[in-house]
Design a binder for this molecule. Structure first.
Ligand SMILES: [Zn+2]
Ligand SMILES: [Zn+2]
Length: 726
């Protein structure tokens, strides 16, 4: 009987052999018995015979045929990820699938009727706005209910009305869609640099990786849109006989829900689906299947969408490619940006990495010629000026609760002019720690090595690492002294300071606490746009891609924390974040100003920032990294272990270290050290860093290291390739 080799979601390397008595293709899902469990797996290979003795081979319980098999190119991509990230193939394959496809419960078969237009839609009554939109969509070609759903939440009832009134009728969906007359709404005339960028990518034959470096407001999105427009169309010369599919990866869709609407509006006649963790399981499955069937031409998604099946993939775009959220921090610890680059090369299509502040890895690749650099040097709107950025030296300023008088004066000035200000501080809560002025007691978390943050609004101490909380003590738990003192500032403290100083001002605090409710953030954005807000106090949520036309002043507090960080990437991230938050100021006709409070106004980071000079900053950082032997000049892997017993954690890592040294390779094996948060939720955490001068040497070493053979006990261990956090 033929054999299938199945990937299963178990933490064991390798595939599992099963017998099957019907023809099964690689990529097909099967239900099998594993130990005592019934599991769903994916057939990776078929074979005529197995090395396992025949009496130990079980039969496949059921072949699941409710969803099309995974393509060989996706299986190959997942195989690459499993090898590169040294993660077992089973969990790698299964974690790439929508949750519904990981179970053996039948995928619901949706009734998804198609509709076509049978009367001239221009005669539709004006007041039936949604019906008109549906008719417009149907004017080009018949569409399925699932495709129309995105137009409005009221599509169902409007379709019924249209059908009853004789405007549309149900039909069979034609197997071959007529060539779409692709329209691009509101196409702007590209400036010279934008046009050159578009041409360079369009003219690339097959794979090419392009780094699109453009400051905030330089019109990167317009370049994306034009590129997408070109690559959606058939291009017989380059072998693309049908229209293509585009994969557009963005950092966090929840923060920018308007993004989806934006791209829908630009491509009104093109099917677009989104893929992110905020979708219900059923919607995610449906969208995934539309990408897989090819009916969705644009896939807009967060990191997990890098594994979406797209049979006619013609272009990948990674927006904000430097963003840390492209890196998955558990399970398969992949970087969606890096996987996207591999996928593009595997599929022979171009990929564009866009950013105002590229990661040093990508920037270095562009400088050494691995990637092609495309630069957008100016703002797309020639009248819009870059904001003026300058520093306020906190050592020479009068300060109240961490905010300088100069900044407060400038805020007052903006209020009197009816303009908005934003105070950026990347710390939520009232104060990062509570201290006893008598004995020096600090609000340490009992379960972590971190401090508990004071949330004065509900009088609680909260640990942001393990989530534990307690009431705020009225007196010192150690000495009984009543003088407990909040140290440092968070968003809540800045908010109350501003409220006290400007009692009539309308202040909005935007952080994870104030936007916990799903609708809250959207409501806040509407308030900001309606100019119902004078001042914003917020964390990095506010830094990302929002357009607030009345915002003319940005104040930055607490920036120096990153300069003290032990993480060598902290200053790279700080620069990117400050550039991004500075980009919020003065986008319309009003010039913007950015004031950064710091004790180190002469630090090169601020100097380069004041000149908007990313290149100078990046060159300096690269020179430092080269000297110190840090990425991108070396390649790293981090073995982490976490457990209740300190001895077990260190014994495990010490054994792994001994095994690494015994291999005698050209790799640097560092000492076992505590993690930056050495204890979390009563678990001891430590790590071991391995470094090599080339990716190949590192990969070869990791393959031979055999850490799986070291007993783990109950420890939680992980190997992180190209780690971003230390
Ligand atoms: Zn005390
Ligand atoms: Zn804690």
């Amino acid at each position: 009987m033929p054999i299938v080799r199945v990937a299963l979601d178990v933490p064991i390397h390798g595939l599992f052999d099963y017998e099957v008595d019907e023809p099964v293709a690689p990529g097909q899902r099967v239900a099998v018995q594993f130990g005592r469990r019934q599991m769903t797996g994916v057939v990776m290979e078929t074979a005529a015979q197995s090395d396992v003795s025949p009496d130990r081979i079980r039969k496949v319980t059921r072949v699941l045929e409710d969803s099309a098999p995974l393509s060989s190119s996706l299986l190959k991509l997942l195989g690459f990820c499993s090898d590169y990230y040294h993660h077992p193939i089973g969990p790698t394959v299964l974690s790439a699938l929508p949750t519904r496809l990981r179970s053996d419960k039948p995928v619901p078969v949706r009734r998804d009727p198609a509709f076509r237009l049978i009367r001239d839609p221009s005669l539709l009554p004006k007041r039936k706005a949604i019906a008109r939109r549906i008719a417009d969509a149907l004017a080009m070609q018949p569409r399925m209910l699932s495709q129309l759903k995105a137009l409005s939440s009221r599509v169902g009832s409007e379709l019924k009305w249209l059908e009853a009134e004789g405007w549309i009728e149900q039909c069979e969906m034609p197997a071959e869609l007529p060539m779409q007359s692709l329209q691009l709404a509101n196409a702007h005339q590209l400036n010279f640099a934008q046009q050159q960028a578009v041409d360079a990518v369009v003219q690339s034959e097959g794979y090419g990786c392009f780094l699109l470096h453009g400051i905030t407001g330089s019109g990167k999105t317009e370049v994306y849109v034009h590129l997408m427009h070109r690559m959606l169309q058939p291009c017989p010369e380059s072998g693309r006989r049908e229209g293509g599919q585009i994969l557009l990866l963005v950092p966090e869709i929840n923060l920018t829900p308007q993004l989806e609407g934006y791209f829908r509006a630009r491509f009104p006649a093109t099917e677009l689906v989104s893929l992110h963790s905020g979708l219900s399981e059923n919607v995610r499955l449906m969208n995934w299947q539309q990408a897989q069937s090819g009916s969705a031409c644009i896939v807009l998604g967060t990191r997990l969408s890098v594994f979406a099946e797209m049979p006619r993939l013609s272009l990948i775009i990674v927006d904000e490619e430097h963003d840390g959220s492209f890196k998955q921090q558990d399970g398969l610890r992949y970087s969606a940006r890096d996987v996207a680059v591999f996928r593009a090369s595997q599929s022979g299509v171009p990929i564009v990495l866009g950013s105002a502040t590229p990661s040093l890895e990508s920037y270095h690749n562009a400088q050494t010629g691995r990637y092609r650099l495309l630069v957008l040097p100016g703002r797309a709107n020639a009248d819009a000026r870059l904001p003026d950025i300058s520093c306020i030296n906190v050592n020479q300023s009068v300060m109240s609760d961490g905010v300088s008088e100069k900044l407060l004066r400038e805020i007052g000035l903006r209020i009197s002019k009816g303009e908005q200000s934003l105070l950026f501080i990347n710390r939520r809560g009232y104060a990062p720690v509570l201290m006893c002025t008598e004995c020096g007691w600090l609000s340490n978390c009992k379960s972590c090595s971190g401090k508990m943050v004071l949330h004065l609004k509900d009088r609680k101490l909260r640990c942001h690492h393990c989530g534990s909380q307690q009431s705020m003590p009225v007196s010192c738990p150690d000495c009984g002294h009543a003088g407990l003192h909040p140290v440092g500032s968070g968003t809540q403290r800045v908010e109350s300071l501003l409220q006290a100083r400007f009692p009539d001002a309308r202040i909005l605090r935007v952080d994870r606490d104030s936007t916990r409710n799903k609708r809250a953030w959207q409501k806040m954005r509407e308030q900001i746009h309606a100019n119902e807000v004078d001042m914003l106090v917020g964390t990095q949520m506010l830094a990302k891609g929002h357009d607030f036309p009345s915002l003319t002043l940005v104040g930055v507090l607490g920036a120096d924390n990153a300069l003290y960080s032990a993480d060598f990437r902290a200053s790279e991230r700080l620069f990117a974040q400050l550039m991004q938050v500075a980009g919020r100021a003065g986008r319309a006709d009003k010039p913007g100003e950015v004031l950064i409070q710091t004790a180190f106004p002469d630090h090169p980071l601020f100097r380069c920032l004041e000149r908007h000079d990313f290149d100078a900053w990046a060159s300096q950082l690269l020179a430092e990294r080269r000297m110190a032997g840090f990425p991108p000049f070396v390649f790293q892997a981090m073995l982490r272990a976490e457990g209740k017993s300190e001895r077990d954690v260190y014994t495990y890592l010490d054994s792994a270290r001994a095994a690494a040294i015994a291999l005698q390779r050209e790799v640097e094996v560092f000492g076992v050290v505590p993690a930056s948060l050495a204890r979390r939720a009563n678990h001891v955490r430590a790590q071991l860093l391995i470094q090599a001068g080339s990716r190949k040497v590192l990969q070869q070493f990791l393959s031979d290291w055999r850490i799986d053979e070291i007993p783990k006990g109950g420890l939680h261990c992980s190997l992180d390739i190209d780690p971003l956090e230390f």
